[in-house]
Design a protein. Structure first.
Length: 225
């Protein structure tokens, strides 16, 4: 599941006339950076992109990708949790990967790394994190602390990167139509089933216009190594 429905308000004025996933970084739309990760991971069997803000532009951009199903959220945008649940008939899986489309990555493929660490017997959710000092473009203090076994608790420290695996059964515990996946993580944490792993490569949050240059520098430096 690739999240592409948001309004991108932090990216204004660039998002006044285009959706954030179509903002270019290094000459490539953000959604194409995310799709490349899915394509190259070797672990993704089905791809779904959700749409809402300026949906026709994303639909046109993906018109040459018949392997991608589109979940159009209308009339209301449903947030990450509601959007994922809305897309479940298209995903058709008990466990799903979800990826934000407003970041760029270097190093090991994040989706392959998550797949290699996933343990459905122990986990309801597995999140990919980076230490705060390596979270380029990110201004917060961090989201989670991670214990030696990989269990997560809410705390400053490690930053959630926007990549995860979820057991979709947890969605049943949230009755609302519009909700954030933060609520699913809280349920998983209360059950001792919220886990995380650390991304060993580079990561840049591309949520504001000034982050584009930061992300492009990271990509250039990785290409020069």
């Amino acid at each position: 599941m690739l999240f592409a429905a948001g309004f991108g308000t932090r990216m204004a004025p660039l998002t006044d006339d285009r959706p954030k996933p179509l903002i270019k970084v290094g000459g490539r739309a953000l959604i194409d950076h995310a799709l490349a990760l899915a394509d190259e991971s070797g672990v993704v069997a089905r791809k779904v992109v959700n749409l809402h803000y300026l949906a026709d532009q994303i639909r046109a951009h993906l018109s040459d990708r018949p392997d991608i199903a589109l979940s159009h959220e209308t009339p209301d945008i449903l947030d990450t949790g509601g959007g994922l649940r809305e897309a479940m008939p298209l995903l058709g899986a008990e466990h799903v990967m979800a990826l934000n489309t407003d970041a760029v990555w270097t190093g090991p493929n994040p989706l392959a790394a998550l797949a290699g660490a996933w343990d459905a017997d122990r986990m309801d959710a597995l999140l990919l994190l980076v230490p705060r000092e390596r979270a380029l473009g990110h201004t917060g203090k961090g989201d989670f602390a991670i214990d030696p076994e990989g269990r997560l608790t809410r705390s400053p420290g490690h930053v959630y990167t926007g990549a995860q695996i979820l057991s979709t059964g947890v969605l049943r515990h949230v009755p609302d139509r519009v909700f954030s996946l933060n609520r699913v993580w809280d349920i998983a944490q209360s059950r001792g089933r919220l886990f995380g792993i650390i991304h060993e490569g580079g990561w840049c949050d591309v949520g504001r216009p000034d982050c584009i240059a930061i992300a492009e520098t990271m990509l250039r430096e990785a290409a020069d190594v």
